[in-house]
Design a protein around this ligand. Sequence first.
Ligand code: ADP
Ligand code: MG
Length: 443
Amino acid sequence: MDPPPSRAMSYHNPDRLLRRFSSMHRALTDTQVVVCVKIRPLNAIEVAASSTICTQVLGPGALSVQDDNVIGQARTFTLDAVVHADAPQSALYELTARNILTKVFKGFNGCIFAYGQTGAGKTYSMLGSNKDERSEEGIIPRTCRELFSRISQDNGKTYIVKGHFVEIYQEKIIDLMDSNDTTRSVSKLLLRHDKSPGGKGIYITGVRETIVRTTQQVLALLEEGTKRRTVGSTNMNATSSRSHAVLSLVISGQDVDDGEGFSKTVSKLHLVDLAGSERAKATGATGARLVEGASINKSLAALGNVVNSLTSKNRSHVPYRDSKLTRLLQDSLGGNAYTLMICCVSPASMNSAETLSSLRFAERTKKIQNRATINRDPKLARIVQLTEENQTLKAKIEILEHELQVMKDSILKKPSAYAKSTATVSPATSMSVGNKTKCCVIS
Ligand code: ADP
Ligand code: MG
């Protein structure tokens, strides 16, 4: 018999959920790759098929999954967090995504992406289900709201936020901010790598970038772009995303009283809603849908290969260039970023094979080691470093000058006492610099 869903771990109250996970939440704040599992409720198809539940939450970060094909055998996974089907959208955001935004404000790059089978809840987690209902908003609108709310409250800094929104459809990067259907469909956007110190990293040439000043502006951009996104209906999901969508925000901030820009940091935040992995049999896809599915699976396979390569003991070449998706996310996977993966899964036994496969991928992703650093102009950062060193040295010189003056004064006042203590080096006197005693002539 399938285990019942754990009531002990189901929370309707986000505060209670956060309190329950608070120690873990603190522990995660400095983890550079965080993996959170999001279990959705049973959907209508699974209920109609009288599917039992195969997932059981065991504790913060731990869950077990009963394999439908191997009766009595449950596989346990330990990741950073598990958010139960009952948890509200706010809990997922507060538990995981908010920390990425905090890092972005400190000048680090951030990346949040949802992964999982088609229909597992990726778009629901990233965008939400009903744009008119605040409580139903997903991670992307919540992140944008908090971004601009923090900016408006920070009187000590000025910020500029630029955004662009693209989809990767059949290995083509399409600008979702281009309202012209013809130019959009023949898109020739390319990915480039700026490797210069403090440079742009991976970027898209020719993409429309807009300065966004308010939450409303960025949400309007998101809504417009989402309408242009390629979706189609499959057996697994009536509005299945057939492309990977990436909203990128570039946030530059600097102190208001810093005319030279010494305090300037520039952070990139990628918010990614991936298309789902799918089995043609389960989705019932044929024709164009089948071709799209093959392309989606190809880029997800490339993502899997990159993760495998990054986490293998004999790591050599990482095949980022095998797909546009992995190339675009190169900084976020094993590079300069704080990365959050939301692994979306179905709780239904009839989908246990996909759930197990997604969780195995999540386990591997968790092992990736990123190297996040604060993004500053290296020349300005060097000037700041030299200025600080200069100030430290000046302070040391002042102390030494003061000590020297004290010595001079004491020699002039009590020449005999001082001469006695420095008899061996008279008429010069001695002073300590580091561990060595040096001679110097007192004028
Ligand atoms: P995906 O993007 O992974 O293909 P979706 O996010 O579009 O899947 O979700 C498929 C369906 O399931 C949608 O109708 C969505 O509203 C619903 N759904 C997903 N996750 C949840 C959840 N946690 N609570 C309620 N409904 C959900
Ligand atoms: Mg989707």
